[in-house]
Design a protein around this ligand. Sequence first.
Ligand code: ZN
Ligand code: ZN
Length: 374
Amino acid sequence: MSTSGMAGTALPAMDVAGRIPRLRERFDDAGIRALLVTRLPNLRYLTGFTGSAGMLLVTPNDAVLVIDGRYREQAGEQLAASGVPVRVDVGISQARQREILGALTAEVSDMGLEAHGVTWAQQREFASAWFADAELLATHDLVEDLRMAKDPGEVARIRAACAIADDALAAVLPTLVDRPTERAFALRLEFAMRERGADAMSFEPIVASGPNGAKPHARPTDRQIEPGELVVVDFGCVVEGYCSDMTRTVSVGEPSEEARRVWETVREAQAAGRDALGPGVELSAVDAAAREVVTAAGWGDAFSHGTGHGVGLEIHEAPRVAATSSGTLGVGHVVTVEPGVYLPGLGGVRIEDTLVVTPEGPLSLTEFPKELCA
Ligand code: ZN
Ligand code: ZN
């Protein structure tokens, strides 16, 4: 479990045990006496358990992870490793899990469910059968909000994932001159990241050349990458559960004059967004800083998405960096800054870094150089 991808570098421990106590501090404001955690990234965050199924009940004095038989051994090992005082109860059937949770919540009147992690069918089942005597309350982002501020161990994992991505791009970018297809280049990138210790991809790499670059989330195709075209490469990997995210836009050979102007504008906008990051800064102000540069250059309508998003156990998590975001950045928040301009026919330019907010200001975790000509 301790593969960092950086040979010989052990990643510092994370403070997993401190998380459930911080979650309990939020119960009063949410009007709940207990919370049933069912979103898997939240389970992992609170306990270190990485199985594909499980439920964590957190009450004021107790925390119980209810899993099925497949994960008995893994859960015991992972909880011991993270040092979290959580009991594990194995319910080999749904009926048995219901009995376990029912007994634990017999005295609980107001119980929170994660509104974004429970299906309609589950909610009906919980309300009618599992917790028929309790009042079930929808909660929003109780754990997600805690996850925004990363501890140094979490930042170290994101940084390790970013370093692998930097290194992989350096290794494969020179092969663009061989005119690979988008799909072939994406595969090389993925292979290079896995070779360097990535546990997984943060998402399927985006390699969008020429006109395909005008679609912000284009999937790699069999289109061959031609000289003089812009290529948007957006990718990242996972180290011990934590994601990286980076975009570079390059031209193989000499780009057109218009492509160069768009690229310079996006680079300037990205720098403005990065420079705006800091503790206490409004998220909407970061978006505005980047957007103003694009708008002033006349491409405001072609910047068709928010400026960035949080990165951590999920590739897209809180906070969102957008014009409509409320709230401010804090120390330890890890966010992307990724303005883009998308021009049908010509293609697209997006430049993205993953950064951590420190007391002194922003620190970029992705470090690959930004150069238009590959
Ligand atoms: Zn990205
Ligand atoms: Zn992103």
